[in-house]
Ligand binder design. Structure first.
Ligand code: C2E
Ligand code: MG
Ligand code: MG
Length: 395
């Protein structure tokens, strides 16, 4: 049997280190930890397959540790934990990515150990270094990740903040592990991007979305279905033609939206702009995904022919019901969007208060767990019925 994957735990509190080590070991990994500055310095030079890093390390600066980790172990998977709030953690996650680390999850303390264990296990399912405690080494490379037998789509509704009615659904890809269940793309899309094979993923996603739309009543009558594309797909000259061929057999182009995600930096803007323009000329709609995070900026939105602006859930999470003024970042995002004639959608709406706040700030639509989690095509109607009941009481 192959060696167990090694987890390095970095936290200034010894008790927390021990707890996390125990969680890692119970999930079948080998674990060791470092708490003092000297230990951390030494540990970072060593060998390991996954790091759990506490950002607020007392004497040591977690951000600095990230930079050393990245310089020494490019692409190293990390799980970030912190006593700081989630939006700060999200920012730290982006910094980690700048240092070429691969962020598997970010957890604000107190978090449940079960959630941490699940994140480690999900990582091990798709990682080629990982060890399966129940049997032989699991090796999952891009070929398996792209195997259509394991891929399927779930759909998450977007609803009007005014009428509550559905305006469309977002298709989100899942990779189904034979024994461990659904794995989210935040774990595996980075591996596919690294292998330079995003266009194959996009083709599978377009084929599945098109087939689902022909097959399921809820999707046939849906005004809009959006699919996510990686910015890496935006130098693929063939994309507009393939999209037309694959999608318009199921629904007209203006009933499809492409969401441009920025998991990879927007490097070569010129071909990207020409491909976005060609998609738009073909009639497809275009959304800026995760707006308000480090990499998306006003310049891009002004330059390309977008039709929709999706405010990132980290910004929505920052809205505070007790604040006398709405968060200026969110408000200016909505203003920019509207001044360009874009449909503005708030992502990650989890509570009735957040729904009311994004509506009052002027977001046209909302998406998030309050409305519905991503569901299978056959569950869309039931999810929307449940949402309508909730909406009646929202006021
Ligand atoms: P995204 O496009 O911003 O999608 C929204 C993500 O937020 C989804 O995660 C969704 O499950 C999650 N989410 C929705 N509502 C809430 C909420 O109320 N609270 C919280 N905390 N989360 C919520 P998921 O499905 O894990 O997808 C993660 C990211 O992976 C997506 O972010 C998107 O960038 C990417 N992705 C998903 N499907 C595809 C795909 O087919 N192709 C590519 N290239 N990327 C994809
Ligand atoms: Mg999206
Ligand atoms: Mg998003």
């Amino acid at each position: 049997m192959a060696d167990a994957a090694r987890v390095l735990v970095i936290d200034d509190e010894v008790a927390i280190c021990e707890l996390i080590e125990a969680v890692a070991e119970s999930a079948g990994f080998s674990a060791h930890s470092a708490s003092t500055p000297a230990d951390i310095e030494r540990a970072v030079e060593g060998r390991f397959d996954l790091v759990v890093l506490d950002l607020s390390l007392g004497e040591v600066d977690g951000i600095e540790v990230m930079s050393r980790l990245g310089a020494r172990h490019r692409g190293m998977p990390v799980i970030l934990v912190s006593g700081a709030d989630q939006s700060l953690l999200d920012t730290a996650g982006r910094i980690a990515e700048m240092h070429k680390l691969r962020v598997i999850g970010t957890f604000a303390k107190p978090f449940s150990l079960d959630v941490l264990r699940t994140a480690m296990l999900e990582w091990s399912q798709v990682s080629d270094q990982a060890h399966d405690p129940t049997g032989p080494r699991v090796v999952v490379g891009p070929d398996e990740l792209l195997d259509s037998e394991f891929l399927h789509l779930v759909y998450q509704p977007k609803v009007s903040t005014v009428s509550g009615e559905v305006t469309g659904v977002e298709a989100l890809v899942r990779w189904r592990h034979p024994t461990h269940g659904d794995v989210s793309p935040s774990v595996f899309v980075a591996l596919i991007e690294e292998a330079g094979r995003t266009s194959e993923l996009l083709d599978s996603v377009m084929a599945m979305a098109s087939r689902d739309r022909l097959r399921y009543r809820a999707l046939k009558s849906m005004p809009d279905v959006s699919v996510n594309i990686s910015v890496l797909d935006l130098d693929d000259e063939e994309l507009p033609r393939r999209a037309q061929r694959m999608l318009t057999e199921a629904a007209p182009a203006d009933a499809w939206t492409f969401e441009v995600t920025e998991t990879a930096p927007f490097t070569d803007a010129a071909p990207a702009l020409s491909i976005l323009t060609r998609l738009r000329l073909a009639g497809f709609r275009l959304a800026v995904d995760d707006f308000g995070t480090g990499t998306s900026n006003y310049e891009r939105v002004l330059a390309a022919p977008f039709t929709e602006l999706k405010i990132d859930r980290a910004m929505v999470g920052r809205l505070d019901i007790h604040a006398s003024e709405p968060d200026p970042m969110v408000r200016s995002g909505v203003e920019v969007g509207h001044s360009l004639g874009l449909h503005v959608v708030a992502e990650g709406v989890e509570t009735p208060d957040q729904f009311r706040m994004v509506r009052d700030i002027g977001c046209d639509a909302a998406q998030g767990y309050l409305i519905s989690p991503p569901v299978a095509p056959v569950q869309i109607d039931a999810a929307l019925d449940e949402w309508r009941r909730k909406f009646e009481f929202l006021g």
